[in-house]
Write a protein that binds this ligand. Structure first.
Ligand code: ZN
Length: 240
């Protein structure tokens, strides 16, 4: 194996550090050489699973400055959650024992925009302009998420007045996707409740390259002490 097992705190720290390097233009492109490749030929031990948008501008390995064997990445437009996504994440949890699942959304997401357009049509009473293929189902799923408000973990940073700023739609969508992963997978939920797995979501800014993390306070896992340092309503700016 490429490295010894790490916990959720270390996993989050590595993601933050990697994004800090990426956003500040000091990437190292680690774990990309022949030695690493050969080292991994007998097995993998990624330190996090990431469910991100399929958007070409948000590749997790690049925005977190990671290399081969570091991240178990699952991608779908708008972080749409369905069976193939859940099975992939369950594999990462059950077979690879990842300590963290991060749902990564991003500002300027076309899937979120499509959902907002759908909601707008619906509330204004105009006849719905259906999207082709499966795209309508995608817009519907995200529209429901935005309507739900994304659960309790989506609140954004505090403004100068001390009032919490409303979360962006991208953040609401990412928070809701995280909640769906937990709600729809008894396997993932059990690992989370047993303190073996942390869940987090984050939003990527296309211009700055910064990832803003939101993490969930859990009660059981010592490995989640990183999360307990921050209330569930707190956003943590990535370093760098
Ligand atoms: Zn997107």
């Amino acid at each position: 194996m490429a490295h010894t097992s790490i916990d959720a705190r270390e996993s989050l720290a590595r993601l933050r550090e990697g994004n800090g390097r990426f956003s500040s233009g000091t990437t190292r492109h680690p774990h990309s050489d022949e030695d690493r490749r050969l080292d991994l030929s007998s097995g993998q031990e990624p330190f996090a699973a990431v469910l991100s948008c399929a958007d070409s501008r948000v590749p997790p390995e690049i925005v977190f400055d990671c290399g081969l064997g570091d991240l178990f990445v699952v991608r779908s437009a708008g972080q749409m959650v369905e069976n193939a996504i859940l099975a992939s994440l369950e594999f990462a949890v059950h077979e690879l024992s990842v300590p963290l699942i991060l749902v990564l959304g991003h500002e300027g997401c076309g899937a979120v925009a499509a959902a907002e357009s759908l909601t707008k049509q619906r509330t204004s009473g105009t006849p719905l302009a259906l999207l082709p293929g499966h795209l309508n189902a995608l817009a519907e799923q995200i529209s429901r998420r935005l309507g739900s408000g994304g659960g309790e973990a989506h609140v954004g940073t505090s403004s100068l007045s001390g009032e919490p700023e409303p979360a962006s739609q991208a953040a609401v969508n990412a928070a809701a996707a995280r909640a769906e992963v937990s709600a729809r997978s008894p396997l993932i939920r059990a690992a989370h409740e047993a303190g073996e797995l942390a869940l987090a979501h984050a939003v990527y800014d296309l211009e700055t390259g910064h990832v803003t993390f939101a993490v969930e306070k859990t009660t059981t896992a010592p490995s989640n002490s990183e999360l307990a340092d921050h209330p569930p309503h707190t956003w943590i700016k990535a370093r760098g």
